[in-house]
Structure formats: C-alpha cells, structure tokens
Design a protein. Structure first.
Length: 94
C-alpha cells in the first residue's frame, strides 16, 4: 500500500446509523467518500466509505465499501441514480 504525507481531511458524515457493514474492494480510480461504487448505475455494489486516491504512483488501492446500513441520501456528494438505489438492496436511504 502506498502512503503519502499526512494532511487534514474534511469529510461529511453521510451515515444515518452506527450500524453498517463494509467490505474491501480494489479501486482502479479515485473516489470521494459517499460516491456509489463502481458506478452510479445498475452495477452498483455499495458506497465508498473513505476517500481513496488512485494515480500512476499508487496503482489500484484497497477501498472500504458500505454494503449494508442506513445512509442520508441528501448528504452524498452525488445523488444515487434510481438504478443504483435498486441495485443497493441492503442500503436503506433516508
């Protein structure tokens, strides 16, 4: 895993509950916390938990993906598409 110097993180809390389940996936591109992974469509698997930066120096990086839990839809950086909401059966949007 590639490690960069420490910097301040500003991240909005989009979780509606302390109960959630994350799984680890490999990210091949940069994602912001709250984005639908891997795409905002019917192929959606979950929601990115923390920001992840992927560039030519780092290569693909592990990323935590929320696959089950309650999410505040209005706090996500991009509103999930209807197809993505339907694909994310274990995530409840409030």
């Amino acid at each position: 895993m590639f490690v960069k110097p420490k910097k301040t993180v500003e991240q909005i809390n989009f979780l509606a509950s302390a109960r959630y389940q994350n799984f680890t996936y490999q990210a091949d591109k940069t994602y912001k916390a709250g984005e639908v992974y891997p795409a905002n469509d019917a192929t959606a698997v979950g929601i990115v938990f923390n920001d992840v930066v992927v560039d030519s120096d780092t290569g693909s990086q592990p990323v935590a993906i929320v696959v089950e839990g309650y999410v505040l839809k209005d706090r996500l950086p991009v509103a999930p598409a209807d197809e993505a909401i339907e694909a994310l059966k274990e995530i409840k949007f409030r």
